[in-house]
Structure formats: C-alpha cells, structure tokens
Design a protein around this ligand. Sequence first.
Ligand code: GLN
Length: 529
Amino acid sequence: MQRKYIVVTGGVLSGLGKGIAMASIGNILSSSYEVVPIKCDGYLNVDPGTMNPIEHGEVFVLDDGGEVDMDFGHYERFLGVTCKSDSNLTMGRVFNDILNKERRGEFLGQTVQMVPHVSEFIQDYLVDKVEGSGADVGLIEIGGTVGDMENELYLHAVKHLPRRVGRENVVFAHLTYVPVLSGVNEQKSKPTQMAIAEMGQRGIEPDIIIARCESMLSDNVRGKIARSAGLNPEDVITGLDVNDVYDIPMVFERQGMSQLLARKLDIPVRADLGEWARLVENKRNFSGEVNVALAGKYMNLEDSYASIVEALNHCSAHYGTKINIDFIDTESGLDGIEKASGVIVPGGFGSRGLEGKIVAAKYCRENKVPYLGICLGLQTAVVEYARNVCGLEGANTVEVDAGTKYPVIDIMESQKDIKNKGGTMRLGSYEAVVEEGSKINKLYGSVDVRERHRHRFEVNPEYHDVLRDKGLRLSGMSPDGKLVEFVELDDHPYFVATQGHPELKSSLLAPAPLFRGFVEACINYEGKK
Ligand code: GLN
C-alpha cells in the first residue's frame, strides 16, 4: 500500500483538543492500519523535559527515555502504540540540528536560510520518520494555531508534502471552532471561514474540517463551512463538546469518519470501536464510588498529573466504579484525607510539601488505607518507614536534606557530576525482577516487569537490609539487585509503591496493573466501612 499522511492543524483558538482529535482519527484507523503519530511543536526548548508543568502540563516519558509533550500520552492511549522520542519535533530541535549541521560545514558554503533550508529540513524529517517507522499512515500534528509566528515554518513545510509524496497520499484536517452566541443561540461559522482562509493564504486547502462546537452543526452552518473550503458537507465533522474525551472516536464515527477517511485517502477503512465503546459506557453506568486522594503539589493544574488521572479513569471503566479524585496540596495540610478510600502520592521534585506526604504515607500504613506511591511516592514511603518503623530518626531523602544523618534516599553515583539539566535522569523503560508470590507479581502476572522512569534519586543500597529486616518487602529490584523498583507491605490490604511511573503505560483497554490493584483495594475498603 502507498504510504499515507494526515496533517492535523488548528485554527481560531488554542485548546480545542487537536491532540485528542488526531488521536481519535488514529484510533479509528488503527484497527485497519499501522499508524505513527508525530508532533511538531513551535517552542524553542529542545525537548519539554525542562519545562514547568504548571505552564505546560505533565512531561510524558517514552520507553526510549524521550521526554515529550503530553499529547503523546493521548496518542499512546488512543492508538495502542509505543511512540519514539524523535516523533516529537520542536523548533528548538530543528534549529539545533540545522546549526550543528552548519558548524560541521555540511552546507558547503551556502547561505543557510529559513526557506529552503529549514523548511526542507522539516519536510525531510517528517517523511524520514514516517517512512522509517514502516507505518502505513503518518499522523502529523502541527502544534499551536495557524497564524502563530512560531509554526509558520512547519506550515510551509507541510504545504510541500503533496509534491513530495503525491497529492493523493496527503490529507489535511483542520480543527476549528464554531461559537454559539448566547442570547440568539446561533452557531457562527465566520471564525471557521476565516481560519480556512488563513490556511489558503499559506497554500494549504483542508480536505477535512473538524469544527468544535457545543452542539451538532446545523445543515446550514455545515454547508456554509463546506462551501468556503470548496468541500462537500460530508467533509465537515462536528467536534462535539463531550464530558469524556474517550467518547470522541464514537462521536467522529457516528458522523462517518471512517468512510470520510477511506474516501479521502483512497483506502478501505473499517473502524472497530466495540470494546472501546463498551468501556466508555461502563464508566457512565457505574455502580459504587470511591474517593481517591492525590497528595501532591502543582494542584492548580490537573494537567501536571494527567496520566495518573487517566490511569484512574481506565480503572473506572474497567470496574464500572466512579472514582472521585480529591487533590490535596500537602503543603497546606492533609484536610479531607480521612474521606479517602485510598491515597496516591505521585511523582514530584524538590522539598515543597514532602513532610505532608510523609504524614499521608504514615496515615495509610497505620490505618490500613490503600496507598499507591509513585516515584517520589515510593521515596516518601521509604523515608516514613525508616523514621517510624526502623527508628532512624531524621531519615530523609538527600534531595531535601543533603546533610541528613540517614540518607535513605540518595543520588546515584552515576548521576552525581551531571550539572546540565535535561536528560540527566534515569529516564525511560527499565526492567525489574519481581519476587514470586508478591502482590506486584500477582498484579503483573509476571516476574519480569518493565515500567518507565524519570528520577534522579534511589533507595540507598546501604539501607536495603535495614528496611527488609523491619518488614518492608522490596518486592521488585533492578536485575543487578542494586536498585529498588517496587516495595510493598504484607500486613496491609494495599501498601504498594514503585520507583517507576506505571501510569504512563496505562490505557483504556489495558489499565496499569498497580492502578487496578489500588482501585480494587479502594473498592474493598469502601465495602468494609
Ligand atoms: N525527585 C525524585 C527524584 O528525582 C522523584 C522524581 C519523581 O517523582 N519523578 O528521584
């Protein structure tokens, strides 16, 4: 089959859910084809690893250790694929590569210019990545909104894709917005028409328009939009507002997205959304509720814990249980924790709020409340255990207290001299050998487990035996036995923590095992109340 390309752009305003729209198109295609998602971001950071999660949302980590935009979370969850870090192209990376190439003299004395050099670099990059992946369809998302200065070079580049790979092999899908004016209660097509014109000025004629709107587009508005783009009304899809983004593939499919893609790409497309739709429905028809306390910081932006929220969401569908998430900012106390059916201490950096998390871990351990510690949440549990069970008063993580008498969490030797931020952590997928018969073993159904990591500190090997002797089960270790990957308590319904980030590999069809175990424990806890 001839390789196909779908380029997704956005107009009118940001935050319309381009990542979800693209992931939903991918979801529909993925039952018939292998799809590779690629994202082009306009910012000048070489990767998002050093970007503040308050501003930018969670840093998503891939198997290969790449720190990428959180849209990759949507792609992996919706497409069931494992992405590679070179699928996230940033303008910082583009310029970095171009300038390195120039310094190496590879431009042979030419004047290096935005056009053609930068534009061609991007074109080559996109085609190489899609071809190199072996996928049937390359899905390319251009970040930002058309008209943003920082994305102009990407638009210039994709305009040339049809010439490079054949017009019949490229589909441009443009996501726009149709506001409904209050009072008159009327859908307004003008912003979308203008967004289409903006694309036209850049030499790109969209083949599909997805118009985000709070209601289904009227025939009149759909027709107007279609005419202004030189399209048929069937080429215009309503990107209906929904409460649950997992509904979007069905919203698209009900409007004939698979036939539309088949027609535009000239390939057969058969969507298979049965199991997906059943799980989404299960979430709505829940029986019973649990309250999960998420004890962290950055609480003003749920996005910084997006994958954890998603992993709980997947469990909610799996168990048909409503999961209410209570965000607790441990810097200002633990108010409300007694309502929790279970507590998650998520990943995090720095000292803010750590003492509060330690109290939360103690509360869960002593009161037999389900506890799931993720990365910093494992370190928290270990510090708490060292202090309150092993009697190591003042034990701490070196990240917070460099002079602590009992450095139970310490920096790894191999990381000590790294000053440069970005890519200096234990990043990506690592293997753990899990103790047979442990909870971890049962949950994963395996003794050989892989999860993704993003951290600098580790449980200090000098304290492994002290912790073990006092009853903390170090139930998963790195294959060389040096690094603690999982801990658990025997005499507790669910006190489990991991140095990895299992939420990053969770999906609707296959929720992360540690989250499944946690939610099941929360349900049992509620049942026993
Ligand atoms: N700050 C801790 C470390 O670097 C934990 C990081 C995390 O939770 N992702 O080891």
